[in-house]
Design a protein around this ligand. Structure first.
Ligand code: ACM
Length: 262
């Protein structure tokens, strides 16, 4: 399963410019079976205010951005996961969409909003879905600051996710890049964190997009500032083996009767 990410700098408030940037980048990733793009890829991140945010949001059924991804996924016979600035009626969500050769497949809406995102977006209301693809892969999605909440990562493992796609606009210095391989290790699955680069007003994004494997190893990490298209072959079946020792299983040895998770 050739899997990777595109690390780049979407252009705030100029979706057509961003599509122009993405066009050759996605063509450069055409050999990948699955490619992950950063958070809020269709809009940029640091909105002036809610009105600006609302003017840039798209509904899934009427989104030039999703139609563009669908065309690329079909042309390249691949799956694409991307951060998506979504509106449903008057409500805004910081979402991630899964698109395949057959079109839009599903959406996850970020559960854990970061800092001033709380002034703009509704917290996600679609739970933590996993998607079984035609090629046999079981995939979950999380968005950026979700990295901080192990319950979300575990929930995807318990539903059989072999890979977690993690569109991001990370700003805290290297924290998520440290946590992601640990989430991969303790859940014994793959993680692809697609972070962005560049600066929007006071925020500088930290790059270092990361692919981690079920052993907690960093398969690849991009630089902090480079634009990068990367993909590599992943043995996703590795994620089905949850045995740590012949007598220790990452999921079955849990003691939920002793955990009070509130
Ligand atoms: C973040 O959740 N965009 C830091």
């Amino acid at each position: 399963m050739k899997t990777g990410f595109i690390q780049f700098s979407p252009t705030l408030g100029q979706p057509e410019t961003t599509l122009g940037q993405l066009d050759p980048l996605l063509d450069a990733a055409k050999e990948a079976d699955l490619i992950v793009l950063p958070e809020l890829c269709n809009s940029g991140y640091h909105f002036e205010d809610k009105a600006m945010a609302a003017s840039l949001a798209e509904s899934t059924s009427d989104s030039p951005f999703i139609r563009f991804l669908e065309a690329k996924a079909k042309a390249h016979d691949q799956y694409i996961v991307s951060g998506f600035h979504e509106k449903e009626g008057a409500l805004l969500y910081n979402s991630s969409v899964l698109v395949g050769p057959q079109g839009w497949i599903g959406t996850y809406r970020k559960l854990h909003l970061f800092w001033n995102e709380k002034d703009i977006f509704e917290p996600g209301n679609l739970g933590l879905p996993v998607f079984k693809l035609d090629n046999g892969l079981t995939l979950g999605m999380l968005v950026c600051f979700d990295w901080m909440f192990p319950e979300a990562w575990r929930s995807l493992a318990l539903q059989g996710a072999q890979i977690v796609c993690h569109p991001s606009n990370l700003v805290l210095p290297g924290f998520a890049q440290k946590a992601v391989p640990i989430h991969a290790l303790i859940n014994r699955y793959f993680v692809v964190t697609a972070n962005r680069i560049g600066t929007e007003k006071t925020l500088t994004f930290t790059g270092m997009s990361t692919i981690a494997n079920p052993k907690g190893e960093v398969v690849f990490q991009a630089g902090a500032e480079e634009e990068r298209v990367y993909s590599t072959e992943l043995l996703t079946e590795m994620a089905d083996n949850k045995w740590i020792t012949p007598r220790n299983h990452a999921l079955e040895d849990r003691r939920p009767d002793c955990y009070s998770l509130g």
